[in-house]
Design a protein around this ligand. Structure first.
Ligand code: ZN
Ligand code: ZN
Ligand code: FE
Length: 759
């Protein structure tokens, strides 16, 4: 029979995932000759053989690909027959101008975990065991194509055994770039404030001993340092909080197995899948009434963040200690995670009792990702290790390369190129100098890896955001300032491949509005190019401006004054007895004159105000705390709600009158209704407001697609109810998928708005 030859260019995540050995084995199986090689843009295969064999070979590529490969496209081309005898793997070919997708880090696979716990295996108890299906990737890559000399593994020379695995196409470690073993690979060291440093097994044993004794260990993980302590030891957890200056905010817990996790939390199928996925994220799970976790791990919270071990080092620590371990980013609050040994020792000097270090450098910092499942939907809260830098697929081809610098808190940036939106991992809060350096460094890395030089730059309209100042200083030929909530809504639409107009519901804490006031309870009729603000929550003064964010009682007072005027003082509310009279007088004056007290329509502040008014929380220790505790204390069985109304003037956005809500709550307080009931009625009312307002906009415009975005939707009670009720009313719903609903998701929207306006 006649022979034929084809050339295939395969694009996607196809390097660092065992793709070439897979192609090699497939070629053997189907009696196909030719070669496979890595290039700067993907994998190239030339295959020669009888037509039926070639067809079978080609059609098996996608369905049989290795588990961590993502094939985006296969472009075939007919070639002249060359008469190759066998199939070979050729050396990689660098193409300086081409780019390709990069694999995120992958949790230890079952095969590697089994080796680590097999006393007969040469990698028994080796904390850096990995293979082509698992291990570090993005955190160690300095440049592409992905080959060992371009990673931080370059300083470790493989021993004969490792090299033999690396060179054998039938081995699980064929071309596994971070391949290592106890003979040739990275090693553990343990140091403490006193005593000699220990290495290898002794280092691990020292860390285990310390953890069991209730001490705090800083361990160098995959994307940076983590701080660990015994999660069942309340004194240990409290000490960690004190030293890290992290009060109140829930801490994540790592358990050895899913069964251990199930003793702490309720886990449904979707949550189980997520917990044990190769990304191994922190998943927020509902706690059991009595769990073995210390009260100080997640005070006042019915949910707890759980994750499973994702490196061999974690597996060993969890098994050897036999404890659930608090596992939190190795930083002081709001600083980026520490990554290098010296940095970890210096910055965590007052936090840790001991340091479990190793000599494999971390090139790129990564926090642990955080997700939850709400009404069957995956809600991304922090997109980090395991997810970035896998891009969002755009429903268009970018004509110009765009950089969007994101917001201020929970910052990410986004680069558009061709059909991709590369959204960075969670970077952090930009007010912090160290975070800002992390931002710049990560941006340089993404630009280099994906060969992007932005022609258009996008930023938030806010005059004072550090990210916006950075963007303006770049002096790009085209700079586009994008309104915060417009970015939220467009980001959600683009993630869903949606181009047309939507009713965008953007409910969050703060965003700079086009009128210079603070927005945050917004209904926008929007597309990629622009928007109309069609409705918003009624504005109140924010006494003292942003300082009110940490002091919800200030916003509560502003609401009372807005509804009752001076008469508020005669209401006889408990809330008033908690206020300081001197401060109250100042706040009253600020509300009356507007001095340093901008107007806001923020939904986040509305939740804060109610939380404080009904006595749940007057001041906060971390962002969103007042609203979270309000949600936690609300009784799901309660079905009542409050009145609300609309104030409309022609040519103006509809204003949602929240006065009746506040009056209803005050009435219930005076009638001594419990917090659980008031909180539940409040949640139901906000959901009603969203659904009814979308209904009004639909009636006026005919638009029936709704995009939901903004940090307020991290509230599972509200989000689930709004999703359910909008569906019932037959709206088409667009929800965030890969990106966070909070400000970590806005960079994509900024980039697409800028691209739309600039091309
Ligand atoms: Zn593996
Ligand atoms: Zn070795
Ligand atoms: Fe926002």
């Amino acid at each position: 029979m006649a022979r034929e030859r084809i050339r295939l260019l395969i694009k996607g995540v196809v390097q660092g995932v065992g793709f070439r050995p897979f192609v090699y084995q497939l070629a053997q199986r189907h009696d196909v000759a030719g070669f496979v090689l890595n290039t700067g843009e993907g994998v190239v295969v030339e295959a020669e053989g009888e037509l039926k064999d070639l067809e079978r070979f080609r059609h098996a590529l996608k369905p049989e690909a290795p588990p961590r490969a993502v094939i985006e496209s296969i472009s075939p081309r007919i070639m002249h027959v060359q008469g190759d005898a066998g199939f070979v793997i050729q050396p990689s070919l660098a193409q300086p101008d081409e780019f390709q997708l990069v694999s995120p880090d992958i949790a230890t696979c079952d095969d590697c975990a089994a080796e680590v716990f097999d006393p007969a295996d040469r990698r028994w108890r080796y904390p850096f065991t990995n293979c082509t299906n698992c291990g570090p990737r993005f955190t160690i890559i300095e440049d592409m194509p992905y080959d060992r000399p371009q990673t931080t593994m370059k300083k470790f020379e493989m021993c004969a055994d490792c090299k033999a695995e690396y060179d054998n196409p039938n081995n699980r470690r064929f071309h596994a770039q971070p391949n290592a073993c106890p003979v040739c690979g990275p090693k553990l060291t343990f140091v403490a404030k006193s005593g000699e440093p220990r290495v290898k097994e002794e280092a691990l044993a020292a860390a285990v001993e310390m953890l069991q004794a209730g001490k705090i260990v800083a361990l160098k993980g995959l994307g940076g340092f983590q701080l660990a302590c015994d999660a069942s030891n309340d004194a240990a957890v409290k000490r960690l909080r004190e030293r890290k200056h992290r009060y109140g905010k829930p801490l994540a817990v790592m358990t050895e197995t899913i069964e251990d996790a199930a003793e702490i939390c309720f886990i449904n199928d979707a949550e189980r899948d997520l917990l044990s996925s190769a990304e191994r994220p922190i998943v927020l799970l509902r706690r059991r009434p009595k769990d073995a976790v210390a009260p100080s791990v997640a005070p006042g919270n019915n949910y707890i963040g759980i994750m499973l071990p994702y490196t061999p080092l974690h597996h060993l620590l969890l098994r050897d200690t036999g404890l659930p371990l608090v596992m939190t980013s190795g930083n002081l609050s709001e600083e980026p995670i520490a990554a290098e040994n010296a940095e970890g020792l210096r910055r965590l000097d007052h936090v840790a009792d001991g340091w479990l270090l190793h000599d494999r450098d971390i090139y790129s910092r990564y926090d642990d990702p955080v997700l939850r499942i709400v009404a069957g939907h995956r809600v991304m809260i922090r997109r980090a290790r395991g997810y970035a830098p896998y891009p969002v697929h755009l429903p268009f081809k970018a004509k110009k390369a765009v950089l969007a610098v994101g917001g201020e808190l929970k910052s990410t940036f986004c680069l558009l190129k061709e059909g991709y939106g590369f959204v960075s991992q969670h970077i952090g809060d930009m007010e912090n100098v160290e975070t800002f350096e992390h931002f710049e460094r990560t941006l340089e890395l993404y630009k280099r890896l994906f060969r992007i030089s932005p022609e258009v730059v996008a930023c938030d309209m806010h005059p004072e955001y550090f990210s916006s100042k950075f963007a303006r200083d770049l002096k790009a030929p085209i700079l586009v300032e994008v309104q915060h909530h417009h970015a939220h809504v467009v980001s959600c639409a683009v993630e869903n491949g949606w181009r047309d107009q939507v009713i965008g519901v953007a409910f969050d804490g703060t965003g700079y509005g086009t009128d210079g006031t603070i927005w945050g309870g917004e209904f926008l009729l929007a597309d990629w190019a622009g928007f109309d603000r069609v409705a918003h929550l009624k504005q109140v003064r924010l006494p003292g401006g942003e300082a009110a964010v940490e002091k919800p009682y200030r916003t509560a007072l502003a609401y009372l004054i807005s509804v009752y005027g001076d008469a508020y003082a005669d209401l006889g509310l408990d809330f008033l007895s908690r206020l300081d009279p001197v401060e109250t007088e100042i706040l009253e004056r600020q509300v009356a004159t507007g001095l340093l007290s901008p107007f806001t329509s923020s939904a986040g502040r509305f939740f804060d105000a109610v939380s404080s008014l009904i006595g749940v929380r007057d001041t906060i220790e971390f962002e969103g705390q007042a609203a979270i505790e309000l949600e936690m204390q609300s009784d799901e069985a309660e079905h009542g709600r409050y009145e609300y109304g609309y104030l409309t003037a022609s040519g103006q956005p509809s204003v949602i009158d929240t006065d009746p809500v506040i009056k209803g709550i005050v009435n219930d307080l005076l009638n001594c209704l419990p917090v659980a009931v008031i909180g539940a009625k409040f949640h139901a009312t906000v959901a009603d407001i969203i659904v009814a307002t979308c209904g009004r906009v639909r009636a006026e415009t005919g638009v029936r697609t709704v995009a939901l975005s903004g940090g307020v939707f991290q509230n599972a009670t509200l989000y689930a109810r709004v999703i359910k009720d909008l569906r019932k009313q037959e709206f088409r719903l667009l929800l965030h998928k890969e990106l966070p609903v909070n400000d970590g998701g806005i960079s994509l929207g900024q980039a697409v708005v800028a691209h739309t306006l600039a091309t």
